[in-house]
Design a protein around this ligand. Structure first.
Ligand code: FAD
Ligand code: DLZ
Ligand code: SF4
Length: 509
């Protein structure tokens, strides 16, 4: 008899662990444990989504004839970690070996490989996770063959390899990338479609009560809990996105609007990352919508690029660069995370709205994460580990393999620039162009050195000024340095003084 351990983000029926075991004699273990639920203070909705989806998955497996030993969360249990659970199972069942599909976190993967075989006294067999288009080994080979690891080149290779949006050996529409057409602001029209209501069942209700009691003190509101927790509900979310939102996805991909957290985004990342949907299933559905004339190419290309390109790319970077990657801090940042990242209370309207979405829904879309809360952390010089822990805690889709490269690499530029050849730093003008936030703000986006000037404006120039050594040799930054140098000396001084004053009182903005 063999044992299979299935983790909270491995809820896929074709998981290699299941494909390599025999349901007539082998056993599956799954567990909700304190160590995983508390290594950062996960948003209550993230824990509820995962625990309920795990319980539904265990039922699905039992219905399919598997024997599943499921350990529900119990704060008084002696089993605090996945290793405790596995040790108990080995004692009880004396299996020949333990099978696990390669996990999404360096910390756990190291433990499976190095600690567990000795602690358990049986072989631990690790299987490649075939739910991704590109394995870590394939990515390593791709990276070894070139000097520049630009995502765009990786993406083109993935298009060729997968055949998505290809006309023979050419990209559909004769272009690889339609980003130029994807930068519209949203002014209230077209209307944002209402998502389908999700029916709750006894499992959901039990988990929601448990999470309220045990994790209600973590930052984030448990209600309104709108996530699906069953495969059929995740599939319905996919169908809704393809039918109602995909056509507008490209045009408004970068837009932001006060009180509108989803716009035309898919909100599929939590399902993709825990295994209720597969990347192939989602890309197939998007391509089909284009081929049947139901969605335009700029939207479908933009969407598929996020999954086939960015999602696969960040995973490749993670496994290529860990463990040193997590300690990178090339800009030498030292500042703590300001208080409002945890309590949401700030006069900056853009930040306040992004925090509200995040706390209410365990979600914010990419531009809110990148250009508002991320941009602010970059230009104020927050310590990478502090901002990484925040992103890992507050989003329902957050797992180390995808959160870390996005935060440390794309947002904080702490890795020297794998994920962007120049930092995604911006003044308030960018936020003003892409949203209606500034119209409702205490601060004035049009000025930079007055007492009520938008903080992003002076902080942006302070960032540019203090990192001249790191960036002035970067071709893509030369225009910015020329603009800074053209600024009159007294305006420059006033702007930098305003930034200093803000940096000394960051918690008060
Ligand atoms: P859509 O806009 O509808 O995009 C479709 C899909 O593309 C997403 O579901 C996601 O699977 C994929 N995708 C898009 N952008 C990225 C990206 N940059 N990296 C990886 N996949 C991408 N995404 C996570 O899944 N987990 C995280 O922990 C996470 N942390 C992030 C932290 C920061 C600081 C930033 C800037 C981005 C982060 N992202 C993360 C990427 C991205 O913001 C989310 O994937 C996206 O907002 C999820 O919402 P959606 O499903 O509506 O995405
Ligand atoms: C994120 C998370 C949480 C909150 N809880 C559990 C859990 O109780 N049991 C489990 O198996 N996994 C959980 N996870 C996911 C893991 O912490 C981890 O991030 C992934 O399994 C890494 O691939
Ligand atoms: Fe944000 Fe500045 Fe606009 Fe206020 S004025 S919403 S702080 S960008």
């Amino acid at each position: 008899m063999r044992l299979g351990l299935i983790l909270g983000d491995q809820l896929t029926l074709s998981l290699p662990t299941l494909m390599n075991l025999d349901r007539s004699q082998d056993r599956i273990i799954m567990a909700e444990v304190m160590e995983e639920a508390t290594y950062v203070p996960h948003h209550p909705q993230k824990i509820a989504l995962l625990f309920s989806a795990m319980r539904h998955f265990a039922e699905e497996l039992r219905d399919a004839g598997w024997t599943v030993d499921y350990h529900s969360y119990d704060p008084d249990s002696d089993c605090k970690s996945l290793l405790d659970i596995a040790q108990n199972a080995v004692k009880a069942d004396s299996p020949e070996s333990l099978l696990i599909t390669h996990c999404g976190e360096y910390r756990l993967q190291q433990a499976f490989e190095n600690t567990w075989p000795g602690e358990l006294g049986i072989p631990v067999e690790i299987l490649d996770d075939d739910r991704f288009f590109c394995s870590p080994a394939q990515f390593r080979r791709w990276a070894e063959e070139r000097n520049s690891l630009l995502m765009e080149y990786f993406y083109r290779d993935m298009r060729r390899r997968s055949g998505y949006l290809m006309d023979g050996d050419k990209p559909a529409g004769d272009r690889w990338n339609f980003d130029q057409s994807n930068r519209k602001a949203w002014k209230g029209d077209p209307p944002i479609p209402d998502p389908p209501t999700v029916q709750r069942d006894d499992i959901d209700n039990e988990v929601l009560a448990l999470v309220e009691k045990e994790f209600g003190h973590h930052t984030g509101n448990l209600q309104p809990f709108l996530w699906g927790t069953r495969r059929s509900q995740a599939k319905r979310a996919l169908d809704f996105f393809i039918e109602e939102c995909l056509s507008c996805f490209g045009d408004y991909q970068d837009a932001m609007a006060r009180g509108e957290s989803r716009l035309f985004h898919s909100l599929l990342s939590p399902y993709l990352n825990c295994g209720l949907l597969t990347a192939k299933q989602v890309c197939d559905a998007a391509e089909k919508a284009w081929r049947s004339g139901d969605a335009p190419l700029n939207a479908v290309e933009g969407f598929i690029r996020q999954i086939l390109g960015w999602r696969e790319y960040v995973r490749g970077i993670y496994w290529l660069k860990m463990p040193d990657y997590a300690r990178e801090n090339r800009l030498g940042n030292t500042r703590d995370l300001p208080r409002y990242y945890w309590d949401g209370k700030t006069n900056m309207a853009c930040m306040s709205d992004c925090f509200q979405n995040t706390f209410d829904h365990a979600y914010a879309h990419h531009i809110q994460r990148l250009m508002v809360t991320g941009n602010f952390a970059l230009i104020t010089g927050i310590k990478p580990e502090a901002i990484c822990d925040w992103y890992l805690a507050v989003y329902a889709d957050a797992y180390d393999w995808v959160e870390l490269p996005n935060t440390l690499g794309m947002v904080m530029h702490a890795d020297g620039g794998y994920l962007g050849s120049k930092p995604y730093a911006a003044s308030g003008n960018y936020i003003h162009k892409m949203s209606d936030y500034c119209r409702h703000c205490h601060y004035n986006v049009k000025t930079r050195s007055e007492h009520d000037s938008c903080p992003f404006n002076s902080l942006y120039w302070h960032f540019i000024h203090r990192h001249r050594e790191e960036f002035s040799g970067n071709q893509r930054m030369s225009m910015i340095y020329r603009s800074f140098d053209r600024m009159k000396d007294d305006e420059k001084d006033r702007t930098l003084a305003r930034a200093e004053q803000l940096l000394n009182n960051l918690d008060d903005l």
